[in-house]
Design a protein around this ligand. Structure first.
Ligand SMILES: [Cu+2]
Length: 435
């Protein structure tokens, strides 16, 4: 181990110690007294139960309102609680998520010399960054009480345009219905050594929730020994090779659809059959009820949804949210990074995808091990999105933001497009023919 690598390893170890010392007290030391992130939300109410300083409420284009509470966790940083969605025409907010947050950022270097858990193993949570107004255009920067650090103006809530929400021209070509969509954005920036991670949550007026982590900051100055074929030349000529590595980001999602922690999980797979002779291809989609804990692997034409047991839309269909992973470089090097999604039965101590500090001795510390055959009644959803980072000259300086994440897309939460204009509101179901 080179001297500088050793020094860094010591620094990391010291940080890990500091963090574990904190764990002895309370991980969730900051936040409103009323924030109980993992209990089921109560019956739908007009406003979530948290004080104004910890409440986020935004009405977007088309009359959609998102409401949530937030608190701050010493390890994973920003936690969003009691997230509800109320599109125009819904009499009450529809509870979606009881709690949503980062669950790990696992960073293994390609040469095997270093492997970090940037959420549980660095001062990620402590190193919340102050944001200047220019970093939160058009928005509000909230003050976060970070234990042992103090007040940080570190939580931005703002809105951002996302382009067309929909477009439809009538048959005569005389009218166009179109709308430009807007998202509520909620984000923080946390430093983990030389990297800075932007944790961004995006709530669309169409009911979609997207979370992305953006890696920026700087390449590690101590990881330029990738001349062994595991790096990329950065700087003049071939003097120094930045070591390649991966960022495997995990999220933990505790759904509370329609106010109930109980939900069903379903997996859908579509199989295409090539035509015989002069025929045409056909496709068959099958639904598999995921009744027991699952370590799931994404593939083409496969998807999952979490289905409400407590509420239906106005068409009588059970409400659900579909999990739509973004691009991923799945990392096969550790059992917990080997799968794209996990559904585990809720257990309070299971909070981090790897190096989970909270369970008693003898309990496995990673999410893959928690998939052990339990029946799913209150499923917790874990999403793993990987990025293999082979540095390039453009990564300095600063490093351009690289995003990785996933979306949660409403499926039958409302009976129609929540943004349907009034004069199309009758167009639900099969149109009458021949009119
Ligand atoms: Cu990187």
């Amino acid at each position: 181990m080179p001297v500088n690598r050793l020094a860094r390893a010591r620094k990391r170890a010291a940080l890990a110690l500091a963090v574990s010392a904190l764990l002895g007290t309370a991980v969730t030391a900051a936040g409103p007294a009323s924030a109980t992130p993992d209990q089921a939300p109560e019956a739908p109410a007009a406003a979530p139960g948290c004080s104004a300083a910890y409440r986020i409420e935004q009405t977007l284009d088309g009359g959609t309102t998102w409401r949530m509470c937030w608190h701050y966790n010493t390890l994973s940083g920003l936690v969003l609680d009691k997230i509800s969605y109320q599109p125009k025409g819904e009499p009450r907010p529809i509870p979606v998520l009881t709690s949503a947050r980062l669950a790990q950022i696992h960073v293994p270097y390609d040469d095997g010399e270093s492997e970090y858990d940037d959420v549980t193993g660095t001062d990620f949570g402590q190193a919340l960054q102050n944001l200047k107004p220019g970093e939160c255009p058009g928005g509000t920067i909230k003050t976060v009480k970070v234990p042992d650090t103090g007040n940080v103006k570190g939580l931005c809530t703002t809105t951002r345009a996302r382009g067309h929400a929909y477009r439809l021209a009538n048959d005569e070509g005389t009218k166009v219905w179109q709308a430009q969509g807007k998202d509520l954005l909620v984000y923080t920036v946390n430093k983990a050594s030389w990297y800075e991670y932007i944790t961004e949550w995006r709530f669309g007026s169409d009911g979609t929730i997207t979370s992305n982590v953006g890696a920026t900051g700087s390449l590690s100055p101590f990881d330029y020994n990738g001349g062994d074929g595991r790096g990329w030349p950065i700087g003049k000529g071939a003097r120094a090779y930045a070591e390649s590595h991966a960022h495997n980001v995990f999220w933990r999602l505790n759904f509370g659809l329609d106010g109930s922690p109980k939900a069903k999980v379903e997996q859908y797979d579509s199989k295409v059959t090539a035509p015989r002779g002069n025929g045409t291809p056909t496709t068959r989609t099958t639904r598999t009820a995921v009744t027991k804990e699952l370590a799931g692997d994404a593939k083409a034409m496969r998807w999952w949804r979490v289905v409400s047991t407590a509420g239906r839309n106005k068409d009588g269909h059970p409400r659900s949210y579909e999990i739509v992973p973004g691009h991923t470089d799945k990392f096969s090097g550790r059992p917990y990074t080997r799968h794209d999604v996990y559904f585990t039965e809720y257990k309070e101590c299971e909070q981090y995808a790897s190096n989970n500090p909270g369970c008693r001795d003898g309990v496995p510390t990673s999410v893959d091990k928690w998939v052990n055959g339990q029946t799913l009644k209150h499923p917790v959803t874990w999403v793993n999105i990987g990025f293999h980072h082979i540095a390039r000259d453009e990564d300095q300086q600063p490093m351009p933001v690289h995003w990785q994440g996933f979306s949660l897309v409403p499926r039958d939460v409302t009976a129609m497009n929540p943004l349907t204009p009034a004069d199309l509101a009758g167009e639900n179901g099969q149109p009458e023919e021949g009119s």
